[in-house]
Design a protein around this ligand. Structure first.
Ligand code: ZN
Length: 320
């Protein structure tokens, strides 16, 4: 490359970088739509969309509580939607408190997809009041919750089928022009859900009836779908007492637990203490990953391994 060409390309690079910085600063000042745009571009979309729906402001804005829901909405909405996620990576949907800027952003959302996690239950009156024109869709409608009202319905591909249907109906209502697109996308998504369900069934078939130990009981519906039982360390969302912990140690020894699952959103200390006492390993399972299908597949493999698909683990029958 000649010296002149080198300088020219260097200058071009500087201009491109400067333009990017300028755009970032412009978008981030005041209460402009930066976070929504960012959520849209970091999602499944691949930049400009055909059919005149390119650019953040032309998109249908959908708010959701947690990251896996963003995946569902993006699968069905495709490039017509941009998603605002309330609970950011690393935060817990049980205790999260939305920021003032998130509450302001809700004013520009056309739809909110509910899933009934704790923070959402606490904040829903304020969320709805922040935007009276926003369609509130309950994605859990028609799902039969377990007796303890476990909210983690997004971790069962079978229950996600129902959530997908509600998301599709909501999108078709607020954006009738996109109905055909949403319909096509939903059909493809449902086929993938079936395939994923089958795949996970196959991975977990050798350890059917097994019990796996988790810090936080997020995997109850998942366990139910695949003939497993989760044994939580937490008792009703709280750390176990010394006596409860001692009982868990005995139960874990009897089950010959080799792995205790923790999650990135929670302090693993209690699990680590317990693991040390029984000589088990601590392994992370994420109930809130945005790449939902890959994450569920990985979780299935981790659970199969923990239950000793190759022997030595717990082969106890689940309690009825
Ligand atoms: Zn949870």
């Amino acid at each position: 490359m000649s010296r002149k060409a080198l300088i020219t390309s260097a200058i071009t690079a500087i201009i491109v970088v400067a333009a990017g910085v300028f755009a970032a600063l412009g978008g981030g000042s005041g209460e402009m739509p930066a976070p929504v745009c960012r959520a849209a571009s970091s999602g499944g979309g691949s930049g400009a969309a055909p059919g005149g729906v390119a650019g953040g402001d032309a998109k249908v804005k959908v708010a959701v509580s947690i990251l896996p829901q963003a995946y569902f909405v993006e699968r069905i909405g495709g490039e017509r939607v941009s998603v605002l996620v309330m609970v950011p990576p690393g935060a817990s949907p049980h205790t999260y408190e939305p920021t003032a800027s998130q509450m302001r952003e809700l004013a520009r959302a056309q739809m909110y997809v509910r899933v009934h996690v704790d923070f959402e239950e606490a904040w829903m009156p304020r969320i709805a009041a922040a935007n009276k024109n926003m369609l509130v869709v309950d994605s859990t409608s028609g799902i039969e919750l377990s007796s303890d009202k476990d909210p983690h319905v997004w971790l069962s591909p079978r229950l996600v089928r129902i959530q997908a249907e509600h998301i599709y109906e909501g999108l078709a209502k607020i954006d009738p022009d996109g109905r055909k697109v949403y319909e096509r996308n939903e059909e493809a998504f449902l086929r993938e859900l079936d395939a994923l369900d089958e795949e996970i069934s196959t991975i977990l078939a050798p350890v059917r009836g097994g019990r796996f130990m988790v810090l936080h009981p997020a995997w109850g519906y998942f366990a139910r779908d695949y003939g497993l039982e989760e044994v939580p360390i937490e008792v009703e969302g709280k750390e176990p007492s010394a006596r409860e912990l001692a009982a868990l140690v005995e139960a874990a020894k009897a089950d010959r637990v080799r792995v205790i699952f923790v999650q990135p959103q929670m302090n693993p200390r209690t699990a680590e203490v317990l693991a040390q006492q029984i000589g088990a390993r601590v392994v992370t399972l994420d109930p809130l990953a945005r790449d939902w299908p890959a994450n569920l597949r990985a979780a299935a493999r981790a659970i199969a391994e923990a239950l000793g698909a190759g022997g030595g683990g717990t082969a106890h029958k689940a309690r009825p």
